[in-house]
Design a protein around this ligand. Structure first.
Ligand code: SAH
Length: 222
């Protein structure tokens, strides 16, 4: 991600408008989510050589064997997360930082954890340079969450979890929601978990997706 300038011209905005309409036609209803997607220049999150790919409804490699999710998937998961202004949101899997930026456009204060050091360093620098605020990034193992900042109104996991990470469920406020792709490698169900006022978890599943795996422990420099 070698970004020298943060240009967002009429051509970019036009391509983005078309992408947002495509996502709407695929069933996303939340105007707040669609507006957030219209506001974040997705091409900033990819290498400038790949501009034409930034506004296709497809995932794209971002290095370290990771991908920026397909825009429709980001919209679907964000809609289920039901973010309100001033919510404290924990994200697992910072990746390119795109999902985190969408959350801040909805008024969230985002805490995001990435286990790949190289990706973490690059994205941290990028978010500062691009001037995205209200995102704190952490290098660490997302399975552990951030106990010192808990509890969270919302938790979003952007990698495939084989089971519900219980440390994260504990860091959710009563009345809070967590959305994660849950399942084996190759196929997951988008799962919305609601914690009731007594602390019980209620689970709903919404459609199948394929994410890169949520891996244990931090990865080192590679
Ligand atoms: N939200 C990202 C998508 C990233 S892909 C975006 O908008 O670009 C999933 C990311 O989860 C990868 O960067 C991967 O390194 C990270 N990841 C996987 N397991 C993790 C864990 N246990 N803790 C933190 N990050 C993890």
């Amino acid at each position: 991600m070698v970004i020298h300038k943060f240009e967002d011209n009429y051509r970019h905005k036009g391509l983005r408008r078309k992408l947002v309409e495509e996502i709407r036609s695929k069933g996303i209803r939340s105007e707040a989510v669609l507006k957030a997607m219209d506001e974040v220049p997705r091409h900033w999150f990819l290498d400038p050589a790949f501009l034409e790919f930034a506004y296709q409804d497809k995932p794209f490699p971002i290095g370290c064997d990771q991908t920026i999710s397909q825009p429709y998937t980001v919209a679907f998961q964000t809609e289920l997360l039901d973010v309100k202004p001033f919510h404290k949101v924990l994200e697992i899997g910072t990746g390119s930082g795109y999902q985190a930026c969408i959350l801040t456009k909805l008024g969230a204060r985002v805490y995001s954890i990435e286990r790949q050091k190289k990706l973490f360093d690059r994205t941290k620098e990028f978010l500062q340079k691009a001037g995205f605020r209200n995102i704190k990034v952490f290098y660490g193992d997302g399975y552990l969450g951030l106990p010192t900042y808990a509890p969270f109104d919302r938790i979003i996991i952007t990698a495939a979890a084989p089971e519900i990470p219980m440390a994260l469920a504990q860091q959710l406020k009563p009345g809070g929601k967590m959305v994660l792709p849950l399942g084996k490698p190759g196929l997951q169900y988008m799962t919305q978990i609601t914690k009731d006022e007594e602390g019980h978890l209620h689970t709903e599943q919404h459609g199948s997706f394929v994410f890169v795996p949520m891996l244990p422990d931090k990865a080192n420099g590679d």
